[in-house]
Design a protein around this ligand. Structure first.
Ligand code: NIG
Ligand code: FE
Length: 421
């Protein structure tokens, strides 16, 4: 396939039309076209509308000769590809033992304090070679793509030393080159305090700023910088210092904010004008108002709250407070070993009281905005990438209704069919 594709007769074309994040009430408007069609040429969307209108000037035989494939989507709903804007997809080893300890009552932070948790994965990732990480990464991307994800973000943060942080980012760069999905890279060099720096967090931050970050920037290995701003990890002051340096070096900012304790990460994200503040389980009313006002995307990760048996982030409250909410999986080997989009939909709609329409906006246009790409992906609009999913059902409402099961029948990336059931 050439990246030239016509999708016609869609029962519902859920365009999610827009070029910037949707806030509050705007999130409910999916801009649906019944009996819709999309034309994609050389990977980019060229036309969107009613099938009769879009195909009026197109002779199908002629189009096929010009290399267009044609998919008849009669009886199917068609949406933009999902954007999973927060994952930790490249890591060595697994932590199934820790999961069983948590079932017995150990807390996530206690396991980290004992040198397990993130530090356990750091040891395994340091020991893994590039090929191992790459192969595991390909398998995870294939699985994500089968759920309809066409763009994914991936973070480093399991190296916490120069070479391993660079190794993780280089593996993601290679994954981006060799897998159909787009992989957006985030430098999370301040994800935990390595054993050798216990009690010397500021010294570790200096090390990352001085010894690692310049090479990440120079080799163009990341677009975003992130930090785990959390009690007993990095304080708000340390996070501010770290992120200001990152920004000065040209990286855009994300924050793991208010995940376990209400530390003020949301307020910091607003103060710094971060692109997104992520987790926010414990975000204060004041912090939520601040990110709504500052236009920081609130990226919620309900799979993590579910796995940690923690209270969900207040998605309903945030949307009512006019936030732009995105949803993502947080796929990682510890707090949420799941790339399941159906799980995220189920939790967001049934337990965070988001409407189906809001959840779709959160996984498409607002996910794109969380990656500073709302102008190029996240909706079916002319000029955007031809990233499209076709469901096996006539309505988007089947997505949470067919609970825990993927409704995605076909995935199209830049006009090419990359997954079909
Ligand atoms: O987003 N909270 C920090 N980082 C990840 C978990 C990483 C891990 O446990 O390996 C998160 O939940
Ligand atoms: Fe995370």
């Amino acid at each position: 396939m050439s990246g030239n594709l016509i999708i016609k007769n869609a029962a519902q074309l859920v365009t999610c039309s827009g070029f910037k994040a949707k806030q509050g009430k705007e999130m409910s408007d999916l801009k649906i076209i019944d009996h819709g069609a999309v034309v994609i040429e050389a990977g980019l969307i060229k036309a969107v509308g009613k099938t009769d209108d879009v195909l009026a000037g197109i002779d199908e035989i002629d189009a096929r000769e010009k290399g267009f494939d044609i998919i008849d989507a009669a009886g199917k709903a068609v949406l933009p590809g999902f954007v999973d804007s927060h994952t930790h997809l490249v890591f060595g080893g697994h932590r199934e033992e820790e999961f069983s300890w948590r079932l017995r009552g150990d807390s996530y932070m206690d396991i980290l304090k004992r040198g397990g948790g993130i530090l356990n994965t750091v040891r395994a990732t340091r020991a893994a070679d590039d090929e191992e990480l790459f192969e595991a990464g390909i398998q995870r991307l294939d699985s994500m793509m089968s759920f309809g994800v066409t763009t994914v973000e991936g973070k480093s943060g399991y190296g916490l030393d120069h070479d391993t942080e660079i190794k993780q980012l280089e593996v993601m760069q290679e994954l981006d080159r060799r897998h159909p999905m787009d992989v957006v890279r985030t430098f999370l060099g301040a994800h935990a305090v390595p054993d050798a720096y216990k009690g010397r967090e500021d010294v570790f931050i200096d090390y990352v700023i001085e010894q690692v970050m310049p090479d990440v920037v120079e080799d163009n290995l990341a677009e975003f910088c992130d930090i785990f701003c959390e009690k007993n990890v990095f304080s708000v002051d340390q996070s501010r210092r770290f992120l200001l340096k990152a920004r000065a070096m040209g990286l855009k900012i994300k924050i793991h904010a208010d995940e376990i304790e209400p530390l003020g990460g949301a307020e910091l994200a607003a103060e710094l004008g971060a692109v997104s503040a992520d987790h926010l389980l414990q975000a204060s009313d004041h912090g939520i108002a601040a990110i709504a006002k500052a236009g920081v995307v609130a990226t919620l990760l309900p799979g993590t709250a579910f796995c940690l048996k923690a209270p969900y982030a207040r998605g309903r409250y945030m949307i009512d407070a006019d936030c732009a909410v995105a949803l993502a999986t947080d796929l990682n080997p510890g707090s949420c070993y799941s790339e399941s989009i159906p799980l995220v939909f189920a939790l967001a709609t049934l337990y965070m009281n988001m409407s189906i329409e809001e959840a779709i906006t959160a996984l498409t246009l607002n996910g794109a905005a969380a990656l500073d790409r709302a102008d190029v992906i996240g909706s079916l609009d002319k000029g955007k990438l031809g990233d499209v999913i076709i469901l096996g059902y006539p309505s988007y409402k089947f997505i949470p209704y067919h609970v825990g099961v993927s409704c995605v029948e076909k995935v199209i990336k830049k006009g090419k069919l990359v997954f079909s059931k």
